[in-house]
Design a protein around this ligand. Structure first.
Ligand code: 26Q
Length: 815
């Protein structure tokens, strides 16, 4: 409906069959009837890649011809998931592709399932980057994403005897079908070495001698937009040695150098760091960051020079958005190129740099703030270090001049106590700083970055996160998609997500309610079928599907969910009639491999699940399931089947959350705290359409200030005490969780007792669960609420978020 007529002619079923057959022949010398699913998957990817590549050529020509400003989105993570169905969907050839596959003797579903997830990210931050690439393209903004072509993505999780075991995620075997290497655009990145300064013609020159060189090879993934012929690129940098190890070089001492370069190159793109919301000060991580930043800036600058012949208008034609502080080194790297390579003076280089870079913050957790040791910076990146020192000195002078307050000078310092503080470098060198939800941005302005905000208030903005609603609703929940099209009179909502609001008018409509319930039921049944087949788990589609899926983190409070389940379990043992509505609690979560407490919580969930599964009293009433290896492709199956969304972080800790939005769009109701984007969900839904509980962010702060003593709650509240005692006692498998009990009541290893206030929110949480279960029994009421949730989820579309970035930060036009 909402598409222009001038679009390129898409494939028909017939031409697709021919193209696939030809690709199979060319690549595998096989006819369709001889090919395996994997070979067919590869053929599909190649056919679609060719189609997108020709559009890419057109898009690039247009951008160049019209001298459009370009957006460069830098992120250490792009959690892309699978691409085949998504690309076919955006190209509007999905029905034809399915038919072609069936005609050639394949099961389309099996082909889609054969694709590995491109798991180049940990969680929210990485998935956000992937959703944003889709919207950037669909809104016809010339944009490129940049990251590292990790050989191994986020680890595969196995649960062995209740515990997480990590296995390597070797995704590139089949996943590489989407990648187009561009050897002609290789960049060289330098590490270490020594600086030599000399004067020439009145100019001071600085050269880096004896540096270790690593080549950065672009591997491009083309991304198609929806409802447009525009395409963009995700450029993933692969690392390889700059020179071959050659024994003949030995005598000249270059053999060792070459060997060193090879080792460094091999290590850099080897693996994604699996820490989420936690800073790891490993030198390899810093190498990854600079490698990808330097290659990216060089690549942008080269293309810019190619078009304009000068870098003086760089900021007019480019904007660099950095996804958290991980790519902060773009700031000194731009300075290096402007000064050392383009011959600009400091002021001019600084003026252009600070008009080109914008920074998004994704966390307020202190342990996630990047602080790199000065020594490491100095030896690994000597020229970059020099530039940072100069930036830091000038920034400090500015701060002193504004505040005349040594406490503020210290707080805002870029280099302090032997460390480089990346967030402060971003505040100094960026033109805009934004948080990712209203509450989060307020906390940045009033607390974390208060001093910088008071000095330069114009820099601070909010852009509430959004998700790719075409993927997370239309593509994965075809039943709901059909209902929406029918009720809203077409597919407008795909390009105008606010059109979902039209559904509000049907909230009281009995037939619509029943149809929505039937769709949810069908989705639950197909999810149950999937878990039966792939996880060996039997789910009861007649029970409430109550879901908490996200990274495992203490602040996200999976343990609070567990305490409540123990509470229900104990009540059930006291009174077998206390549960009338069967209830299934589903968990999915990866833990950082070195995060001991998080791993214990995973084990606890599995111990509890096992105990409940073996207790006849729980049969057809209570079930707990830990879903192994939670990832994008599993989320795509789970979201449409979910009824309750658990968003229960300690208020003030979750910057935004984006899973919360995926659930809402699929009609699940939220049990949540007023944290992150839940606050904005509450603004559109009201108290009556979600189940809020718990302390507010300011109350959390106040309680901590006044002195929080969880033991008092333990002594006062008998049912809470029983739950906690059950942790100590352990479950059927004989494992005690005394350590978790101790952490909650007394604290451990430097962390305060119950740091995340589980005990303080326990009562209120149980009451919210109770209200939820009562509401669930009233089918009409539940379905009405569910309709409202879907209808009002439009503001959480990534299209809206990207339009805000384009209007308020990047100043680029969009569709
Ligand atoms: C940093 C240095 C060294 C090693 C690892 C890291 C690192 C890696 C990943 C630090 C943080 C992350 C990821 C953070 C993240 O995912 N934050 C989430 O971002 C989402 C998108 O904005 C928000 O919705 C979530 O609330 C926020 O937790």
């Amino acid at each position: 409906m909402a598409q222009s007529k001038s679009r390129m002619t898409p494939f028909t079923t017939k031409t697709l069959e021919e193209a696939l057959t030809a690709k199979l022949m060319l690549n595998f010398s096989k006819a369709p009837e001889e090919a395996t699913d994997e070979e067919m998957l590869k053929a599909c990817a190649l056919v679609i890649r060719d189609m997108m590549a020709s559009r890419g050529l057109e898009a690039r020509r247009k951008t160049r011809r019209e001298q459009k400003k370009k957006v460069h989105y830098l992120s250490l993570e792009f959690l892309m998931g699978r691409s085949l169905m998504k690309n076919a969907y955006n190209l509007e050839i999905l029905p034809q592709l399915k038919e072609a596959l069936e005609n050639l003797g394949f099961k389309a579903g099996d082909i889609f399932e054969a694709e590995p997830d491109a798991g180049l990210g940990n969680g929210g931050l990485g998935r956000l980057a992937a959703c944003y690439l889709d919207s950037l393209t669909s809104l016809e903004i010339p944009a490129t994403g940049y990251s590292i072509c990790y050989e191994l993505g986020i680890f595969k999780q196995k649960i062995v005897e209740g515990q997480q075991v990590e296995l390597p995620d070797d995704w590139k075997g089949l996943g590489a079908a989407w990648l187009l290497p561009k050897p002609e655009e290789i960049q060289t990145v330098h590490f270490g070495g020594t600086l030599r300064e000399f004067w020439d013609n009145g100019h001071l020159h600085i050269v880096n001698e004896n540096a270790t060189a690593v080549q950065a090879v672009p591997c491009d993934m083309v991304v198609a937009g929806y409802g447009t012929d525009h395409v963009n690129t995700l450029r993933l940098w692969d690392a390889r040695a700059a020179r071959p190890v050659d024994m003949k070089l030995f005598s000249r001492g270059e053999y060792a150098k070459a060997a060193e370069e090879e080792a460094m190159a091999k290590a850099i793109a080897r693996v994604l760091y699996p820490e989420d919301n936690h800073y790891e000060g490993k030198s390899l991580r810093l190498k990854q960051q600079y490698f990808f930043v330097s290659a990216t800036v060089q690549s942008i600058a080269t293309k810019h020079l190619d078009t304009y012949g000068t870098l003086k208008n760089f900021h007019e034609k480019n904007v660099i958005q950095i996804n958290d502080t991980h790519p902060t080194l773009v700031i000194p790297e731009l300075m290096r190129i402007f000064i050392d390579e383009a011959g600009m003076n400091w002021d001019e280089a600084w003026d252009i740099t600070t008009k080109s870079v914008a920074y998004t913050n994704h966390t307020v957790l202190a342990e996630a703030l990047e602080r790199w040791p000065q020594n490491l910076m100095e030896t690994l990146l000597p020229r970059i270090w020099q530039i940072i020192v100069e930036i830091a000195g000038r920034w400090q002078a500015k701060v002193e001049n504004f505040y005349h307050d040594p406490v503020k000078t210290q707080k805002m310092a870029i280099v302090w106590g032997g460390e480089v503080r990346m967030a402060n470098l971003c505040l100094a060198g960026g033109m805009a700083v934004n948080g990712v939800s209203g509450l989060h941005s307020d906390i940045l302005k009033k607390d974390v970055f208060k001093e910088a905000c008071d000095m330069e208030p114009w820099k601070f903005q909010n852009v509430t996160n959004g998700i790719d609603h075409r993927r997370w609703l239309s593509e994965v929940n075809t039943g709901l998609d059909s209902l929406i099209r029918e009720l809203t009179g077409g597919d407008d909502y795909l390009t105008e997500p606010m059109a979902l609001q039209k559904l509000d008018a049907y909230a009281d409509d009995k037939t619509v309610q029943e149809r929505l319930e039937a769709i949810k039921r069908a989705n639950k049944e197909s999810f149950a079928k999937y878990t039966k087949r792939h996880h060996g788990v039997t789910l009861d589609p007649g029970s409430i599907f109550d879901v908490q899926v996200k990274r495992l983190h203490e602040y996200k409070r999976q343990l609070l969910n567990v305490l409540h389940i123990i509470h229900l379990y104990q009540k059930l043992q006291d009174d077998p009639n206390s549960i009338t509505q069967p209830h299934t609690f589903l968990f999915g979560a990866k833990s950082a491999p070195g995060y001991f407490v998080a791993k214990r919580i995973i084990r606890l969930i599995n111990s509890l699940a096992d105990d409940i599964a073996h207790n006849p009293i729980c049969k057809d009433k209570l079930q707990v399931v830990f879903l192994e290896n939670y990832r994008v492709s599993l989320a795509e199956k789970l979201m449409p089947a979910s009824e309750v969304s658990q968003q229960i972080s300690t208020a003030g800790k979750e910057a935004s959350g984006t899973g919360n939005m995926k659930f809402m769009m699929n009609g699940a109701l939220t049990i949540g705290t007023l944290d992150g984007a839940n606050v904005e969900m509450h603004e559109v839904l009201g108290d009556e359409n979600m189940f809020l509980f718990g302390l507010h962010a300011d109350e959390v702060e106040q309680l901590k200030r006044e002195g929080y003593v969880p033991q008092r709650l333990y002594n006062r509240d008998e049912s809470l005490r029983r739950c906690l005692d059950a942790l100590r006692a352990g479950f059927r498998d004989g494992v005690s969780y005394e350590d978790l009990y101790q952490r909650l009541l007394f604290g451990a290893g430097g962390s305060a007792a119950d740091e995340y206030l589980l005990l303080a929110d326990f009562r209120s949480y149980c009451e919210a669960e109770q209200r939820m279960v009562e509401t669930y029994a009233d089918r009409e009421q539940w379905n009405r609420m569910s309709v409202h949730n879907i209808a009002r989820s439009g503001i959480f579309a990534a299209d809206r978020a990207i339009a805000e970035y384009a209007d308020n930060i990047w100043h680029v036009p969009h569709k």
